[in-house]
Design a protein around this ligand. Structure first.
Ligand code: ADP
Ligand code: ADP
Length: 230
């Protein structure tokens, strides 16, 4: 039973822009997919569908046994199990690093404050940013901010992590510290999908690479074959 199952999924923006075309994609638990392809090919839309940040019009998408459609309960259940990291870190600038984690209703609902802080600190330690817990996002480097965003997503104890160009907004010297954190999650067996242009990273981390063009998956391969036949 795949943890993510796209069956002939089609999506349009408006009435005429066909952004996802007959997407069939099964992802097993523990798989690490890298999604490549030119800008505008639908990569971001594809992964945003997985936690229902986008709707689709045709086909069937099931994530962690929930059919994503009109059922808001399913959407909620999926969002509690899928963490997402965006290109722009999407931290709240007026909240401290720690508050960015502890003020999320998604995972702290009903939890005593002390426990929420302990859990958040644990995730900040995991991405080696715990010393900055009381700083504000804009006092941190881009690489540090992105690690905070990763820690925030990890607070959900997600079954799946989605990364949408997590290093594209970073200065070159900060890319490695973020990729290293993602690499560690991969080593820990996390199911993940990552849109990236970092080919060295893709080769090291992926067990499957899919290539999109104009809304379709046009190639799917294991990394060796993919990188040896450009
Ligand atoms: P990628 O991640 O591969 O760059 P996207 O999934 O972001 O591609 O976008 C695919 C196409 O859909 C692009 O041409 C983009 O301009 C278009 N698009 C994205 N979001 C919207 C939207 N909200 N409304 C209309 N078109 C959109
Ligand atoms: P809040 O619920 O207070 O907005 P979150 O940490 O849940 O805080 O969300 C922060 C950002 O992540 C928001 O931009 C939101 O759209 C997005 N988001 C919320 N839940 C999820 C999720 N399960 N997976 C991915 N992105 C999410």
């Amino acid at each position: 039973e795949p943890i993510i199952n796209f069956e002939k999924v089609n999506k349009w923006y408006g009435n005429d822009f066909h952004v996802l075309r007959d997407i069939n994609l099964q992802v097993a638990q523990g798989e690490r997919l890298v999604i490549c392809g030119p800008s505008g090919s639908g990569k971001s839309t594809l992964i945003r569908c997985i936690n229902a940040l986008e709707e689709y019009q045709e086909g069937k998408l099931t994530v962690v046994d929930q059919l994503l459609g009109d059922d808001l309960k399913a959407v909620d259940a999926v969002r509690r199990q899928v963490g997402m990291v965006f290109q722009q870190f999407n931290l709240f600038p007026h909240l401290s690093v720690l508050e960015n984690l502890t003020l999320s209703p998604t995972w702290v609902a009903g939890m005593p404050k002390k426990e929420a802080i302990e859990k958040a600190m644990h995730q900040l330690e995991r991405v080696q940013i715990a010393e900055q817990a009381n700083k504000y996002p804009l006092q941190l480097s881009g690489g540090q901010q992105q690690r905070v965003a990763i820690a925030r997503a990890l607070c959900l104890t997600p079954k799946i992590m989605l990364f949408d160009e997590p290093t594209s907004a970073l200065d070159p010297e900060m890319i490695k510290e973020v990729l290293d954190v993602i690499m560690e999650l991969a080593d820990g067996g996390m199911t993940m999908l990552c849109v990236t242009h970092e080919m060295g990273f893709a080769k090291a981390v992926a067990n499957r690479v899919i290539f999109m063009d104009q809304g379709q998956i046009v190639e799917e391969n294991n990394p060796e074959e993919f990188f040896n036949n450009p």
